[in-house]
Design a protein around this ligand. Structure first.
Ligand code: GLC
Length: 428
């Protein structure tokens, strides 16, 4: 195998963004934040908001879905014991959570299982059906309640673009993050869950709320901190929500589905990634930023530089490790079988750094666009997700960029936001 260093060098440059490009992302993002055209005016009217396939803007030009959640932020007084179902990444989790008010909670019980087990099953593959997927989830719920017959309310964090029918019901608009399970798109996921619970003879678990993971994160953040107005996930996927204080006269958390934001500067590697993806021409911000994709961007560039027909299998975790633990030579050899010289390894490390830095800068530019939209006030952004949570250098980029703009905006890490938020929603 031969390395074309020039290709790595030009990839490094292509993943660097200029101040002007970032400024434009911030501005475009702000301009795309528009409220759904027919806000609710009377009780029950929310049900009739015409979302037009999730595109709320009258002229259909915004790439942000702006989905109403039917929730405002919590008071902090929510309490009681609930089940939380967290579905949206490579693992599904069911937790029994006791809310103790004012940001305090206790995880009483927790079960988790991967959605893919090599050689055994793959519930996100196009050969799997929604029924099989929800039967698997019901089995986990059974494990979590562990024979308990008392009635318990369940909050469901379902981390995909969904049209909310009311707090308890939501229809999946379309899969993202390369999920392909059949017979779920266009369906009411609460109905699918209820049917699976019935098949599993679970009668005492009552699904009462279904929410996006960004909404769950904001609920969790605001349960402890009333200044939290923005919730974001920076993990396998990327997305943000915020509290709109005046949604036809009432506060409402809106899920932006910002991973679908389309005005993102893209280079040749982004175009190849998009071509290879399940949903081409969609989720541009997510494809440039999230854990599901950053490793693949590196793989595409490395395959080109090593003139390989086969795509390598670098993950976001590899990239982060290369930067923080000086392990680039190890990972290049492991994934490509090519042993780089120290100089070459340094170039690859720079490439990993630029891919991840671009990711964090783009995410921050959208936060700033939202900040510009909300206006000057003290506001904090609660962020959950493995890519953010496990990588202090990404946290530093985001905090540093925010601090350059104002001391009124800050970001903080939310632990277990998806699960705790599901319990809070069930309590609301
Ligand atoms: C994807 C989903 C979105 C979710 C995000 C983070 O972007 O479309 O709903 O919030 O991933 O999990």
């Amino acid at each position: 195998m031969r390395l074309n260093k020039g290709i790595v060098q030009s990839a490094i440059e292509e993943f660097a963004l200029s101040e002007d490009e970032l400024k434009k992302v911030r501005e475009d993002f702000k301009n795309e934040i528009t409220l759904p055209p027919c806000p609710p005016s009377e009780k029950g009217a929310l049900k009739s908001i015409p979302l037009r396939g999730g595109r709320p803007k009258g002229d259909g030009s915004s790439s942000l879905k702006m989905l109403p959640s039917f929730l405002s932020t919590p008071t902090g007084n929510e309490s009681g014991t609930y089940l939380a179902l967290d579905f949206g990444g490579t693992n599904v989790r069911v937790l029994k959570i006791k809310l103790l008010t004012k940001g305090e909670y206790e995880i009483v019980n927790k079960v988790a299982a991967p959605l893919i087990k090599a050689g055994e099953y793959d519930f996100i593959h196009k050969d799997a059906t929604g029924e099989e997927l929800f039967d698997f989830i019901a089995k986990l719920i059974k494990e979590a309640i562990n024979g308990d017959k008392g009635e318990i309310r369940l909050g469901h964090t379902f981390s995909f673009p969904s049209e909310q029918l009311d707090l308890a019901n939501a229809k999946l608009i379309s899969w993202t993050k390369e999920f392909q399970t059949r017979n779920v798109e266009g369906e009411n996921v609460t109905e699918l869950l209820k049917a699976a619970l019935k098949r599993a003879n679970i009668e005492n678990v009552i699904p009462v709320a279904v929410i996006n993971d960004t909404v769950a994160t904001l609920l969790t953040a605001a349960y402890a901190d009333p200044n939290a107005l923005i919730g974001s996930i920076y993990a396998t996927g990327h997305n943000t929500c915020y509290l709109e204080k005046n949604y036809n006269g009432q506060p409402m958390i809106l899920n932006l589905e910002s991973g679908g934001f389309s005005k993102v500067p893209r280079n040749g590697f982004d175009l190849i990634l998009d071509e290879r993806s399940e949903k081409r021409g969609a989720q541009f911000l997510e494809k440039a930023t999230s854990g599901r994709y950053v490793g693949e961007l590196f793989s595409i560039a490395a395959a080109k530089a090593l003139e390989s027909d086969k795509l390598f299998d670098f993950s976001s975790v590899d990239l982060c490790d290369m930067i923080t633990n000086n392990s680039t030579s190890h990972f290049i050899k492991l994934r490509t079988n090519y042993a780089p010289t120290p100089d070459e390894a340094e170039l690859f490390a720079k490439l990993a750094n630029n891919i991840l830095t671009r990711s964090a800068l783009l995410v921050t530019a959208t936060f700033l666009g939202l900040y510009d939209r909300i206006g000057e006030e003290n506001l904090s952004i609660g962020i959950d997700g493995s890519l953010y949570g496990k990588n202090p250098f990404l946290q530093e980029i985001i905090s540093g960029e925010l601090a350059k703009v104002s001391d009124k905006i800050s970001a903080f890490k939310v632990e277990d936001g998806s699960a705790i938020g599901a319990a809070i929603a069930a309590a609301c």
